[in-house]
Design a binder for this molecule. Structure first.
Ligand code: PEP
Ligand code: MN
Length: 346
């Protein structure tokens, strides 16, 4: 924490600040500038810094106090020597390895999910994703099949051998979900549901944490810190678009934010061009752009019949389009020196 004294502050005022710091048990370091004096306070416990800064700012001669806060530690780059690789089954995300997660937005029937799973595998995506619990903007929209959906997911996993990812929207769903899923998704709308973030700490399975569409990169990283500090460092961050003034696309895929976040965290970050753009036509260019921009993987929605999908049809690729995109991803990965981990690597 740095205490900035007013220009022309009396030496006695500086001494009073120093005496207060000493009383509180902190060490200090004084920098005497031409115009003003700065006092660095060392050793303040993280949790007390903000309150202490407020108190010190009230002392005579103090212009302002700047707390040097470290809002996230476990997920920060300094905490790890190398970027972390998170695995979902055999799929790998991070440190030059990429994988693609694909499947329908919502599980609609056993037939639909099994056909999806086969198509996902055939295209070369390594993780099957389907929602049994859907966070929908309207309470009248299809909310997902719930527990029966999870059973269909288990059947698809059994048949194809693909690891599966599915979302939890409430802590009460965790037990049922982890009985089936290889990894758990926390959706954009729950990124700041801190109780839910804490609840996925002890599950012992990776968590895909989507960025809230009104969340800054810092808030997103702090959300990841909640999961990490609750005991789970297997977190994959997912950039899925933020809300801006632009209405041509559903959200705005923030690749700048993704790249900035990668500078701050050792955790892998994937991109979801489906929710970001809302249109299947925009998914391939944004998927490739995300990979070129450093994404550690992709999440892409797919449906056999997008025109009959119960949710997110317009942004869903058909199996054929997914296959074409996977070919492009394979070529780009090669050019970028990335290893695309597919289902054949299981
Ligand atoms: C989803 O993954 O289908 C979903 C609802 O995504 P998001 O939480 O990013 O809106
Ligand atoms: Mn969706």
């Amino acid at each position: 924490m740095i205490i900035v004294m007013q220009a022309g502050a009396e030496p006695a005022q500086v001494e009073r600040v120093v005496a207060r710091l000493t009383d509180l048990g902190y060490q200090h370091h004084i920098s005497q500038g031409v115009e003003r004096t700065l006092i660095g306070a060392i050793g303040a416990p993280e949790g007390e810094k903000e309150a202490l800064a407020e108190q010190l700012s009230l002392l005579a001669g103090v212009e302002r106090v700047v707390p040097i806060l470290r809002p996230f530690k476990l997920v920060s780059r300094e905490h790890a020597l190398e970027p972390t690789v998170v695995k979902i089954g055999h799929a790998a995300f991070g440190r030059g390895q990429i994988s693609v997660i694909s499947g329908p937005c919502a599980i609609e029937s056993e037939k639909q999910l099994l056909e999806s799973a086969r198509a996902v595998k055939e295209a070369g995506a390594a993780v099957l994703r389907g929602g049994a619990y859907k966070p929908r903007t309207s309470p009248y929209a299809f909310q997902g099949l719930g527990q029966p959906g999870l059973e269909m997911l288990a059947a698809a996993r059994e048949e194809t051998g693909l690891p599966v990812l599915t979302e939890v929207t409430d802590a009460r769903q965790i037990e049922g979900v982890i009985a089936v899923a290889d990894a758990v998704q926390i959706g954009a709308r729950n990124m700041q549901n801190y109780d839910l973030l804490r609840e996925v700490g002890p599950i012992g399975k990776p968590v895909v944490l989507k960025r809230g569409f009104a969340a800054t990169v810092q808030e997103w990283l702090r959300a990841a810190e909640y999961v990490a500090s609750a005991g789970n460092l297997d977190v994959i961050l997912c950039e899925r678009g933020i809300r801006t003034f632009e209405t041509e696309t559903r959200f705005t895929l923030d690749l700048g934010g993704m790249a900035a976040a990668k500078l701050e965290t050792h955790l892998p970050i994937i991109a979801d061009p489906s929710h970001a753009t809302g249109s299947h036509k925009l998914v391939p260019p944004m998927a490739l752009a995300a990979l070129a921009g450093g994404a550690d993987g992709l999440m892409i929605e797919m449906h056999q019949h997008p025109d009959r999908a119960l949710s997110d049809g317009p942004q869903s690729l058909t199996p054929k389009r997914l296959k074409t995109l996977m070919d492009q991803i394979r070529n780009l990965a090669l050019a970028l020196g990335l290893t695309l981990v597919g289902p054949e690597d299981a």
